[in-house]
Design a protein around this ligand. Structure first.
Ligand SMILES: [Zn+2]
Length: 182
């Protein structure tokens, strides 16, 4: 059976048992989760969340890109979310190739370079910190006093917190350091 036909069949069964039609559009826990698209990472199950409780923004790597900022901006301004959880994970596909590799291949094969940044990384914890910094320094994210980052270990199922280093954790400190050339 065609995969998508099977999935549509599953959706038919879902509708038969459906009871969540009263859920509000605003996530009830006022939470946004930014995570990698990896198939082994299921943020909803991992964090024990149910329907209607949180927003999920996912992309390759779980990196905070401009489009993630767009989604978070809308999530906070119009849909009431106030806390952000970021989840990267071990054995991520984004650790396996470089930006230049992909850009070179795409240019060779298509004659075009994409306008988007590839955003591969070598250091998982540092990319997570950079993603947190992008949120903290964005003028478009109004609520950023509760932003925390984690690495999910696909080998063990465990979640490990990664903290921002002292002095660069808040955006004012970061801006001061930048102005002083640190
Ligand atoms: Zn990944």
């Amino acid at each position: 059976m065609d995969l998508i036909d099977r999935l549509v069949g599953n959706a038919g069964e879902w509708a038969e048992d459906f009871t969540a039609g009263e859920l509000a559009v605003q996530p009830s826990l006022h939470l946004a989760v930014v995570a990698c698209q990896d198939s082994r990472l299921d943020p909803q199950s991992l964090l024990g969340l149910g329907p209607g409780e949180a927003h999920y923004m996912r992309n390759a790597g779980g990196t905070v890109t401009d489009d993630m900022i767009r989604s978070l901006c809308i999530s906070q301004r119009f849909l009431g979310t106030r806390e952000i959880v970021l989840i990267h994970h071990t054995d991520c596909g984004m650790l396996r190739f470089s930006d230049d590799e992909l850009l070179g291949d795409l240019h060779r094969e298509t004659g075009l370079r994409p306008t988007w940044a590839v955003e591969t990384f070598n250091d998982l914890d540092e990319d997570l910190r950079m993603s947190m910094r992008r949120i903290l320094r964005s003028p478009f994210i109004p609520y950023k006093d509760r932003v925390r980052g984690f690495v999910y270990e696909v080998e063990t199922g465990r979640l490990r917190e990664v903290k921002l280093e002292d002095g660069r954790a808040d955006h004012r400190g970061a801006a001061k350091a930048w102005r002083s050339g640190a």
